[in-house]
Every structure is written in structure tokens, then in C-alpha cells.
Ligand binder design. Structure first.
Ligand code: CP3
Length: 340
């Protein structure tokens, strides 16, 4: 698989590409299945339908990898938290976790209840062309904790940050519980057939450096190291968003570092490019314009070269109203400009 070879810095015929949030509302075919399911969570829990939307971007865009269709929040959901997706607001938990008693009420083994995810993986891997990879994923402990404590998306992360400074023992207990659940969940995804895993630390930039390493990165690389010891052939991709200023301190055993759009890729290359394969990082908003897309692609390829060490991706997720045609154009352009 071109994508897997690229994760291990092997020679490939071109630079592979996939896009974060490549399955979603910008695809009319996705909207059709989602409307049939009724709502997003029902879609996630229906393996046949979730498999269908996982495969759509591979068929429509010819990306080199499919990413499992699910959500990072299924772990807290299956720990017993009550999750709703509200129009215009995104995810909401009506019973946030803020005390030791709240934490003790959570179920310790959500991976046992996530069987619909493993079923989806098995269906996708059966239907996906052999040369295309299937990426499994999870949220990072820190990013999951922000939703579990705040109860919803947040601009300030005031509640969870206050707990970091006022009750670090509780915060570490929460992080340990979430970290163990993620390990068990990713093991089950791998055993079900995913070819690589990505862990999304979307809200890494909410913490000052010292606290990010203590409550975010240290737990994240603990998961990566746990997986690499058991599954050396499965690439592990880490995506901590918005931490350009912390690159000097990045450490750990994993394969691919996901570069977000706010981190200049030349900086990431200088600091991390020898140690890790880099994935990224075109600003997703460029996809509204073909010219802006071409300019973005050329700039990144000029820096990373048409050679091993780079996987093309966006620097964060796609938007729901992006023109599909431009996404197709991006995939073709990256393949054409990097063919060797
Ligand atoms: O195509 C893919 O990338 C695979 C599927 C995927 C989804 N969510 C589907 C989804 C993945 C990998 C995610 C990860 C995810 N979910 C993250 C980390 C990545 C990132 O974007 O930083 C986060 C923070 C979440 C939490 C989440 N889920 C939010 C904030 C929202 C609401 C925002 C929105 O776009 O409506 C979701 C819902 C969600 N997850 C949708 C999809 C396709 C939209 C649901 C719909 O309306 O159909």
C-alpha cells in the first residue's frame, strides 16, 4: 500500500494523499446515507451504512487511504456519558465529568461496547481495494477530556484548565482512565483490520507548554509506544493541533507527525523531518478556490520534495460546503506533481 510504505519512509511511485474529514457533508452521497440513517450517531452505530460512507471518498476522490467513519466521542459515549449533537452547536454531554465521584461512575471498558466500530472495519477492509489503506483513529486523551469536562466544545477551556491548576490529582486520574480506554480500543481496531491509526489531539493548543506535555503529550506518546511495541508494522500518526511553538520538545516512538495548517511546514521539516515522516498541511480553506489550492500544493511540495518523508493532507478537517470538484482536483494535482 502506497500510504503505508510512505508512513515508513519507503520509496513510493508518488506522494500519497488523504484528507481529514474526507467523509462528510460536502459529499451529496454522504448526505443521502446520513438522511437515511436519520442522525449522525445512528449512522456511526450502523456498520453497513458507516462502511458505505467510509468508502465514498476513496471511490469519488481516489485518495490513497480511507479513514474509518466514526467519531472521537464514541469513547465517552460508551463510558456512559449522554451525548447529543445539537444543530449549530456540535456535541453536547449533559452530564460532564468534574469530580472523582463523576469519574468513578464511568464504565472502565468502553472498548467492549464499541462492537459496531469493529464490524464497520471488517466490512470496509473486505470491500476496499487492496492497494488502499484503512486508517483507524481515536481522540487523544487531552482532547477527549476537554469534551468530557466542559460538556461541549469550548473557546476558553476554562473549566478543565481550572482543574489542571487546582486539582491536578483528579485530572491525572481522568487522563489515566481515558488513556487506558484508548489503548484497548485501538488494539481492537487493529485486530479488526485497520492498517494504520491516527490519534487526533485537536485542542492541544489550549495549554501552555509545560502543562501540555504533562497532561497531553506524555499520555499521547504512552499510547503510541504501547502500540508500537505490540504492532511494529502498524503506522501510528499523531496530530497535535496548533503547537508550532513546542516542536523542540516533541519526543516519542511513533511514525508520522501530523502538521496542522498553522505550523509552517518548513519549520516542522527542520525540527522533526528527520525523525518522523510529516503529514500535512494545506490550509483547508484554500479548497474553495482552485487557484489557491494549486498555490498551496506547489508551496508544500517545493518544501517537502517529491520524495519519501511526506504524506499530503490538509492542515485540519474539510468544511461541509467545499466544492467536491476542488477536492478531486487536489488529489489529482498532488499525484501528478509528485510522480517519480
Ligand atoms: O472523514 C473522516 O475524517 C472520518 C470521520 C470523523 C468524524 N469526526 C466524522 C464527523 C473523524 C476522524 C472525526 C474526528 C473528530 N470528531 C474530531 C477530531 C478531528 C478534528 O476535526 O479536529 C473532533 C474534535 C470531533 C468532535 C466532533 N464531531 C465535532 C466537534 C463535531 C461537530 C462539528 C460538525 O462538523 O458538525 C462532530 C460531528 C461529526 N463528526 C460530523 C462528522 C462527519 C458531522 C456530523 C454530521 O452532521 O453529519
Amino acid at each position: 500500500m502506497v500510504f503505508i510504505d510512505a508512513c515508513f519512509r519507503k520509496k513510493t511511485p508518488y506522494t500519497p494523499i488523504w484528507m481529514m474529514r474526507q467523509a462528510g457533508r460536502y459529499l451529496p452521497q454522504y448526505m443521502e446515507v446520513r438522511n437515511k440513517a436519520g442522525d449522525f450517531l445512528t449512522l456511526c452505530k450502523n456498520p453497513a451504512m458507516a462502511a458505505e460512507v467510509t468508502l465514498q471518498p476513496v471511490e469519488i476522490l481516489d485518495v490513497d487511504a480511507a479513514i474509518l467513519f466514526s467519531d472521537i466521542l464514541v469513547i465517552p459515549l460508551e463510558m456512559g456519558m449522554d451525548l447529543r449533537f445539537e444543530k449549530g452547536e456540535g456535541p453536547v454531554f449533559s452530564n460532564p465529568v468534574r469530580t472523582m465521584e463523576d469519574l468513578e461512575r464511568l464504565y472502565d471498558y468502553p472498548e467492549e461496547r464499541l462492537t459496531y466500530v469493529y464490524e464497520t472495519i471488517k466490512i470496509v477492509r473486505k470491500k476496499l481495494p487492496k492497494e488502499k489503506a484503512l486508517i483507524g483513529f481515536s481522540g487523544a486523551p487531552w482532547t477527549l477530556a476537554t469534551y468530557m469536562v466542559e460538556g461541549r466544545g469550548s473557546k476558553t477551556y476554562a473549566t478543565i484548565k481550572k482543574l489542571i491548576y487546582t486539582d491536578p490529582a483528579f485530572m491525572h486520574a481522568l487522563m489515566v482512565k481515558v488513556t487506558e480506554a484508548i489503548k484497548a480500543y485501538l488494539v481492537k481496531q487493529i485486530e479488526s483490520g485497520v492498517n494504520a491509526v491516527q490519534i487526533f489531539d485537536s485542542w492541544a493548543s489550549a495549554l501552555e507548554k509545560e502543562k501540555y506535555f504533562e497532561f497531553g503529550w506524555d499520555y499521547l506518546v504512552d499510547i503510541a509506544q504501547f502500540l508500537k511495541e505490540r504492532y511494529p508494522h502498524i503506522p501510528v500518526i499523531l496530530f497535535p493541533k496548533g503547537i508550532a511553538g513546542y516542536l523542540d520538545d516533541i519526543y516519542g516512538k511513533f511514525d508520522v507527525f501530523g502538521v496542522d495548517w498553522s505550523t509552517p511546514i518548513d519549520l516542522a521539516k527542520a525540527k522533526l523531518g528527520e525523525k518522523y515522516v510529516l503529514q500535512g498541511n494545506m490550509e483547508p480553506t484554500r479548497l474553495y478556490s482552485k487557484e489557491a489550492t494549486k498555490e498551496g500544493v506547489e508551496k508544500i511540495i517545493e518544501i517537502m520534495g517529491a520524495k519519501p518523508g511526506h504524506i499530503f493532507n490538509l492542515g485540519h478537517g474539510m468544511f461541509p460546503d467545499l466544492p467536491v470538484e476542488n477536492a478531486k482536483y487536489l488529489v489529482e494535482l498532488v499525484h501528478d506533481l509528485t510522480r517519480r
